[in-house]
Write a protein that binds this ligand. Sequence first.
Ligand SMILES: CC(C)(COP(=O)(O)OP(=O)(O)OC[C@H]1O[C@@H](n2cnc3c(N)ncnc32)[C@H](O)[C@@H]1OP(=O)(O)O)[C@@H](O)C(=O)NCCC(=O)NCCS
Length: 399
Amino acid sequence: MTRRYRMARPEEHRALMVQDAQAFGDSTTSVSIDRSVARTRVEELRVLEEDGNRLGLLLARGQPVRWGGRPVPASQVSGLSVGAEHRGRGVATELLRAYLGEVHERGAAISTLFPAAVQLYRRAGYEYAGTLTLYEAAARHLPVGWPDGWRALPVPADDPAPLQERFARVAAGRSGQVDREADWWRQFLLADRGSGPPQVFLVDGPDGPDGWAILAVSSDVSASEVRTSVQVVDWGAASEAGWRSLLTLAAGFSSLEASVHWKGPDPEPLALLVAEQDIRQLRQDRWMARVVDVPGAFAARGYPSGLRGRITIGVSDDTCPWVDGTWTIEVDGGEGKAVRVGDDAEVTTTAAGLAALFAGYHDPRDLATLGVVRGLDQAGVDFLRAMHAGPKPWSPDYY
Ligand SMILES: CC(C)(COP(=O)(O)OP(=O)(O)OC[C@H]1O[C@@H](n2cnc3c(N)ncnc32)[C@H](O)[C@@H]1OP(=O)(O)O)[C@@H](O)C(=O)NCCC(=O)NCCS
């Protein structure tokens, strides 16, 4: 029996969305499936079939991801599912292998995903690369007061352009942030999730545009109480006054005893603006990355401008043979490059270890202690730490 990896066909779009919903235990009502069909382009779906039977499907998106202040060509695995009757026979592993070959051909330097089965991805060369952290605070604990000359302007939830403009300034320096195209805003952030469109605000100061907020406010009424929740779908600001305005906007729901939920980095800098220990971490998910193209990945990302150094690493990778081998990674003047070299290296790792070294989420000393990277000396640890100076990679986007 032969297995074949291919793009999905338009006529199977709906059936694939049903298959995916079944695999994850999501609703398969026609309204839910309509929504998944609308959120997913058929060109993003890949199928592994065997003698005409679909065994599994993979949903791939293609947004660059920022690292060290620069966009890195990337692909996101936004869904992977295997029919219940076909599980445990290597289908997911084979889908991933074929997908990595395909996106490498298409020019992706890294691939990122939110894992439901970590071991599956780790074996395919992915490792933890950053976080998505959900925070909560009671609206009444947030500081109140519009800074002089600042205001929030409500706008319709159908135009990503002013949001994109503000986001570009705020998010440029983040590591792990998807560079969102207009469709990403529409599908993931501005979409109506069944209870009407979210409320969108632009925050402007005396010097012009600064921040934005996308809020979904809901109430849950039970016999004993009404719980109001302000879900911050997305927000950001460039300045202190911009952030104070956003907190004031959220605090405006305090008469409803509302709790405010948002996604942020860890540690959350907003704690600096809140008087007490009132911000709670509700949940943290780790997401993963893989290096798909070694020279491409290390050349695309940014580095601290004063850093100068190099390290030679032997990488074993049986999923992507083009990654396997010994590489010298050199950084100088904010630019990095990776070149294949012939010699054996003292520092050795797997594809997953290389992903960890690229990402900078785990400390290099811990990677050495726990055997993810072998042969790393103090100079190597110092160089890798310096390469990742700054906030740890994080993503407010779940995909
Ligand atoms: C997870 C899933 C895609 C695996 O598909 P599969 O074809 O059975 O996987 P493979 O046969 O290629 O297994 C490869 C490895 O994945 C891991 N794995 C497989 N199923 C797993 C599960 N349910 N939970 C945790 N790990 C799992 C195992 O380490 C396995 O290796 P092993 O069999 O040597 O132990 C499939 O069970 C599925 O569709 N689940 C529901 C949807 C889902 O969770 N998708 C993951 C999205 S991030």
